[in-house]
Design a protein around this ligand. Sequence first.
Ligand SMILES: [Zn+2]
Length: 447
Amino acid sequence: MLAFKLIFCFLFSWSISMAQNNVPKNTSNDSLNAFYKNFYQIKFNTLLRKEASVSNFISIETQGIKIFSSLKNKKSNKYEFFMAWNELKTYQNKNYLKNYFQKYIKQEKEEDSLFVNFSTNIQKNDKKQPIDFKSLLDIIKNPNTKPLLDYRIAIDPGHVSADTTTARIEGRIVEIRLPNPANNGLDSIKTEIMESSMAWATAKVMKDSLEKLGAKVLLTREGIRYVAGENRTYLEIYEEYKNERKRQKKPFLSRKKYFYDVFLRQDLEKRANIINDFNPDITIIIHFNVEANNLGWKKTVKNNFALALVGGAFTASSLNSPKARFQLFRLLISDEIENSILLSQKVLAAHETILKVPTLPIKHTQKPLEKTWLYTGTQGVYARNLFLTKEVFGVLCYGESLLQDNEKEILMLNKKDFLVDGVLVSSRTKTVANAYLKGIFEYLKIY
Ligand SMILES: [Zn+2]
């Protein structure tokens, strides 16, 4: 029966049910090792290996997993790291992996702080009585019970800007001229939809609700105008840099060049650090999408969908440091991707019921995106090797809730009817926040 099950799994793609398959019991070490070898090889092939050459850095064998720094070293069996199968459970222990990781990355003299925390599977509320979603919303309004007590939830509102100058540098503003619906289309309006502001408003609504239910919540950006980890805007940071260079009588980069060459990488590292230091049970990364084929965003589209990203889909060029190769190893042997897929599945289902945005169909037209991602076997959920999906430890959902250039969404999003942190945004963000909340509640089994 086991043999049949294994063969069945080899023939078909990765699935959640497969990830949750129990490891065979009462078997000899040899057959257990064979099970692990096959299991992790399938996981590697389906979720982690975006291109064949990623295999140059790893070998999944009957004895265990070897990591290599190059194909040359793989050919001569000079591995930089080896884990025997009988050590698997030890490595899956978060503290062991964390400590080992710190030791391991010292090879390239990187600071340890990035990797001090590692959270794994959480099912704390298994025994609690579930509460229905409507009651939870009532509790938020009038809290008398704390079903999320002891939970730590990190929320990263994507992008940087809350001003049009930065949003244009960032390329995260949808400015489309449309017939004015308020005047029967006799004149036109120009939309001004900033992804960063909407992401922050969504995160703030979520934070307030989750805290009322007892959770500890972290926002990576503390104000709608501020960049991650600072009480400053991007333009203020740039001015400081420019003035300092001027003072030193040195040349300085333009606002745009500084943004892409210096700021952006630091910003992402800061977000990952802040989240990992917080040691969350769950991380939600909030983004809003545009139709991949609507280049330049000059017109609206009929299409609309939600999707979610999790870690995985490594390319060979991304594995050029021991640190990156260890992240590949970590995502392979831990159950972080599997749990992230489950969380994402719940979040997308809630987007359908609460937000009325359908999940991206398995057969879709977003071809430009297929270059970078791998399908996880769960509709709308894709593995993608983004900085945060790789560097953030633990269970995460990187959500893209809707298409901002959809013909109906754009009108809703352009309505500035919700004041948050002194900035007017669309109240649609409140509905997006509720969709995420429902997904989180279902994943944590409090609903
Ligand atoms: Zn985005």
